[in-house]
Write a protein that binds this ligand. Structure first.
Ligand code: TYM
Length: 342
């Protein structure tokens, strides 16, 4: 069976971008593949954060996975820091990752520019190496993510190939290993729709947890009246009728796409249903569809959060299954890199 891994950072609220770009697509994969979905708490400390909130956000994100339909009897759901191999592997990989590769990362450049040099910890630079560990430890075939992660995935592939060349194959065999590749080279799985959900207040920037205004995003747990209000106030334009493919209308495209995905309709169906609507009518239609889609998720979320023992168990079991596989890869890499093993 092919392996699939992916994760979300427990920073801020999980929003519609995280859901449509990633989590929603994981649900179908768990029936087809061996899946590992984690909450990347170690990544969440790469920018200034509130320590007392981290564990709460971690549990809440795990509960959201379950509420969205990730099933712990099919997928391994766990917290990244509970599987020690992630950090160990990161150190091993970092010795084979040129600094230049990391300096080129767009997310690093953007985030460090915003934070200012003195506030940027080294971990923000090495962040993608930890992400590569998350993926390579499980010999993953596919990584379902939004479009903003493609560069990190490309880097992961380059690291995998480099380490395979430096330490795998015959060299590994000489050290007592089985030879062959140390890592499978994974591929990104980007959804055809929803890969880049845009801000509600600016159709040219992506919806993000770190944008200062909460008006710019729909959070998965936003109550009904907040959703009504955010859509009522979201940015539109003054063109007549609605359309997907006019480059001068990024907001229109974004809102129609969101409507398309949450209703499960085709693009053509949405066009014929909505093209002659005015903004007022479409906003009401979109709001209703969003609430209808999110309400059951929110109800399940409340249920899951009311039973902490259940959630703890899911995470404990998930970490156990993940560790078994991660440790095999980790031990192989220690061996291939020539470490004395006890
Ligand atoms: P994070 O926490 O920023 O986002 C989680 C997932 O949501 C997707 N996403 C979006 N998709 C569409 N539109 C948007 N506006 C939008 N915003 C975010 C992201 O692409 C991602 O799939 N580095 C990763 C977490 C990570 C990871 C991993 C992912 C760590 N290790 C290993 C996969 C495999 C991140 O910061 O995602």
């Amino acid at each position: 069976k092919k392996r699939v891994v992916s994760g979300v950072q427990p920073t801020g609220m999980v929003h519609l971008g995280n859901y449509l770009g990633a989590i929603k697509n994981w649900v179908a994969l768990q029936d087809l593949y061996e899946t590992f979905f984690f909450i990347v708490d170690l990544h969440a400390i790469t920018l200034p954060y509130d320590a007392p909130d981290l564990s709460k956000a971690t549990r809440s994100t795990a509960a959201i996975y379950l509420a969205c339909g990730i099933d712990s009897s099919k997928a391994s759901i766990f917290v990244q820091s509970h599987v020690r191999a992630h950090v160990e592997m990161m150190w091993l990989l970092s010795s084979s990752t040129p600094i230049g590769w990391l300096n080129r990362m767009i997310q690093f450049k953007e985030k460090s520019r915003k934070a200012g040099d003195e506030n940027v910890g080294v971990a923000l630079l090495t962040y993608p190496v930890l992400m590569a560990s998350d993926i390579l430890l499980y010999q993953s075939d596919l990584v379902p993510v939004g479009e903003d992660q493609t560069q990190h995935l490309e880097l992961t592939r380059e690291i995998a190939e480099r380490v395979n060349n430096l330490y795998g194959g015959r060299k590994w065999k000489k050290l007592g290993g089985r030879g062959g590749s140390l890592f499978k080279v994974p591929e990104a799985l980007i959804p055809p729709a929803g890969a880049r959900v845009m801000s509600l207040t600016d159709g040219l920037s992506k919806m993000s947890k770190s944008a200062p205004s909460d008006q710019s995003r729909i959070n998965l747990l936003d109550p009904k009246d907040v959703i009504v209000n955010k859509i009522k106030r979201c940015k539109t334009d003054s063109f007549p009728s609605l359309e997907f493919d006019n480059p001068e209308r990024p907001e229109c495209r974004n809102l129609l796409s969101i409507y398309q995905i949450v209703t499960g309709k085709t693009k053509e169906e949405v066009v014929s249903e909505c093209q002659d609507m005015n903004w007022g009518t479409f906003k009401t239609t979109l709001t209703d569809a969003l609430i209808e889609h999110l309400q059951p998720i929110q109800a399940r979320y409340e249920e899951i959060m009311s039973d902490p023992g259940y959630l703890d168990n899911v995470l404990l079991e998930g970490a156990g299954k993940a560790s078994e596989i991660a440790d095999i890869t980790l031990n192989n890499v220690y061996q291939a890199m020539g470490f004395l093993r006890g």
